[in-house]
Design a protein around this ligand. Structure first.
Ligand code: GMT
Length: 376
């Protein structure tokens, strides 16, 4: 059945915005009437004629020195829901999105308010949900929803127990990737390095402390003493300036390239031999999944939802947080042994095709909406 669906997410680069955008695009392709309510167009939704973007404008006012995005988001959600008769409002990320959903439903009132769905993504529960100043509002906002989902079994469990949700169900609907777009390169690879024979180690993130960028550089430096390789760092964030300084001071510019935020990471993944993600925690690790889809084996930490995404000794190699030596040894192992690398690369692609395609996950979201609307 064709539905009228509102989606809201953070607009900055980040996995939650990527998943919300890709879900919205897929729902629109299936004929649903899809409305995004966000501060700006989220990633990958820049040129999307089949979805409607409603930008939230938050007034700057001397009487509101802290800004009130939560409230203006709620007001816009309620307006859009009313005008377009939305049946479902789906938040990606707990705060402020789920809080604004709750307020929007209060504003709407009426006998048939839209059903509320929230997908938690990780830091909303694992970081903000642990902050005493925010935990109660995170918990209450999630409990007000009609359905909750998480992208990994790990995060579903952490949400239930960490936020004391009791018997409340947190459904597992995994993240996904489009393997037609995130595909291994069929042409000869280009390289950003002056020496085209260098192997390429890559990393993509928002350069927050949870990503342990320093470990990325250390892993690379240790591996480079044994195999000639370069490092490509994709993304931007608070830790980037520090890495740039290190690269400058150590004279590493020829081997370490910081390429900033990229609207399309595929060309960078396609020239990579190994992708590293030594995070402190990841609820899922969408960046790792995108690398696997491009046939790039992953060396990562064995934390959070990463072991659900990266199969140890099959599609990648996992180690404890901070074990730089072990992760560097794994990078070397993959770079030095072409047959092992090929086996991992093929298994990575096969695993994505078998478990992480967009279609079945979008089916699961549609089934959830239908269940809430009482049709199944
Ligand atoms: O990793 C981040 O800091 C961004 C964050 C987000 O909200 O976009 O990512 C979280 O959601 C992604 C999509 O579900 C997951 O792939 C990431 O693992 C998760 N990040 C963390 O749990 C730290």
């Amino acid at each position: 059945m064709k539905r009228r669906i509102g989606l809201t997410c953070h607009s900055a680069f980040g996995g939650s915005g990527v998943i919300a955008s890709e879900l919205g695009l897929a729902l629109a392709e299936r004929g649903h009437d899809v409305h995004f309510v966000c501060a700006h167009a989220p990633p990958r939704l820049i040129a999307a004629p089949h979805v409607t973007l409603h930008q939230v404008s938050t007034p700057t006012h001397a009487l509101l020195p802290h800004g009130e995005f939560t409230l203006s988001l709620a007001t816009t959600l309620a307006e859009v829901a009313k005008v377009h008769r939305l049946e479902v409002l789906h938040a990606h990320y707990a705060i402020p999105q789920a809080t604004s959903l709750w307020l929007a439903r209060e504003l709407l009132g009426g006998a048939h308010p839209p059903r509320l769905v929230t997908t938690v993504h990780g830091t909303d529960v694992l970081t903000l949900g642990k902050d005493p100043a925010l935990a109660p509002i995170v918990r209450a906002s999630l409990l007000k929803c009609d359905a909750l989902t998480a992208p990994s079994a790990y995060l579903a469990q952490a949400t239930r127990t960490g936020l004391w949700l009791g018997e409340r169900t947190v459904e597992l609907i995994g993240n996904f990737v489009d393997p037609q777009h995130f595909t291994p390169s069929r042409s000869r690879r280009s390289t950003p390095f002056s020496d085209p024979t260098l192997k390429v180690v890559s990393h993509a993130s928002n350069f927050r402390s949870v990503k342990r960028i320093e470990d990325v550089v250390k892993i690379y430096l240790q591996a480079a003493t044994r195999v000639p390789c370069g490092l490509v760092l994709i993304g931007d964030g608070p830790e980037r300036a520090g890495v740039e300084r290190l690269v400058r001071e150590q004279g590493l510019g020829q081997w370490v390239k910081l390429v900033g935020e990229q609207h399309d990471v595929v060309p960078w993944l396609q020239l990579s031999d190994v992708f590293v993600l030594p995070s402190e925690v990841e609820s899922f690790g969408l960046a790792a999944l995108e690398a696997l889809s491009c046939g790039v084996p992953v060396v990562a930490t064995d934390v959070g939802g990463l072991p659900e995404v990266v199969k140890h000794e099959v599609t990648g190699l996992l180690h404890p947080v901070g074990d730089v030596a072990a992760m560097a040894a794994s990078v070397v192992r993959l770079l030095e042994d072409p047959s092992l690398h090929r086996r991992f690369a093929l298994a990575a692609r096969e695993d994505v095709l078998a478990h992480w395609q967009r279609g079945p996950k979008v089916d699961a979201y549609e089934a959830l909406y239908e269940r809430l609307l009482g049709t199944t």
